[in-house]
Write a protein that binds this ligand. Structure first.
Ligand SMILES: [Zn+2]
Length: 257
């Protein structure tokens, strides 16, 4: 018997997936393979079907996550053919902010709770871990009467494209890149975590302000907001240095084969 990280009850723990299993299923079905990129520098592509697990959660909490977040979250990421397309991006209608936001939060939280090497760069600290845990469990992002989790951890989502046409959309969708961290130069700078799945780049943006008004009102590019209709812009993947490195590493991998 060990302590479940979510409900904190003593229980028999399951081998919990840090990334929901459903994310991998789709990838394998479409591509027959999955490219993982190691977090170690220099970036190196590894062909892998591995799906890291760790004893973190009890069976009830596994089901709780599945029922409340993973069905909707995975469907949204996988079924983007259904979204309205514009030249600039995708429009998601009937967007369920709480469900999708907490789905993404639950992935970052599990990575932070994990002691596996592949997630060693994700360490949110005990205070954030506890905020995340409570919000996931309460199915609410409310921290108190005036503050919500999204005031501290904003999440952006963009659709990655390659205008040069070198990387076809189906190859882009094949990439699963685990969470990468980017630190600013000062303590006031945000801490960013990225992950790439199904051709989307997810950016977690954690920032602490001294001023509560700033804390509540900052808006970042491509931020997921609590609206029924959300716009996900297309962004040239070459905008992001680490994605340049990632695709270079994949090319090197294919040339070696
Ligand atoms: Zn539990």
């Amino acid at each position: 018997m060990k302590t479940c990280r979510l409900c904190q009850n003593s229980s028999d723990l399951r081998k919990s997936h840090i990334f929901p299993r459903s994310i991998y299923k789709g990838l394998k079905k479409d591509s027959g393979q999955l490219l993982n990129l190691s977090v170690d520098k220099p970036l190196e592509a590894k062909l892998s079907n591995s799906n890291p697990t760790e004893m973190l959660l009890c069976g009830e909490c596994e089901q709780f996550l599945n029922r409340n977040y993973e069905g909707y979250g995975t469907r949204l990421l996988k079924d983007h053919q259904k979204f309205k397309k514009t030249p600039e991006g995708l429009i998601i209608k009937n967007f369920k902010f709480n469900k999708f936001y907490l789905y993404l939060i639950s992935i970052l939280w599990r990575a932070s709770e994990s002691t596996l090497h592949v997630f060693s760069n994700v360490e949110l600290g005990s205070k954030f871990n506890e905020y995340f845990r409570c919000c996931i469990l309460n199915r609410s992002t409310r921290l108190n009467t005036s503050l919500k989790l999204e005031h501290f951890c904003r999440i952006s989502m963009v659709k990655l494209v390659d205008p040069s046409g070198d990387i076809p959309p189906e190859v882009m969708r094949k990439l699963l890149m685990y969470i990468t961290k980017e630190l600013g130069t000062s303590a006031q700078d945000p801490v960013l975590f990225y992950f790439v799945v199904d051709g989307f780049l997810i950016i977690y943006y954690l920032r602490i302000f001294d001023d509560i008004h700033e804390q509540r009102t900052e808006i970042i590019a491509a931020q997921l907001t609590n609206n029924h209709r959300v716009f996900v812009p297309k962004v040239d993947y070459r905008t992001f240095k680490f994605l340049n490195q990632a695709f270079e590493a994949i090319n090197v991998y294919h040339e070696k084969k």
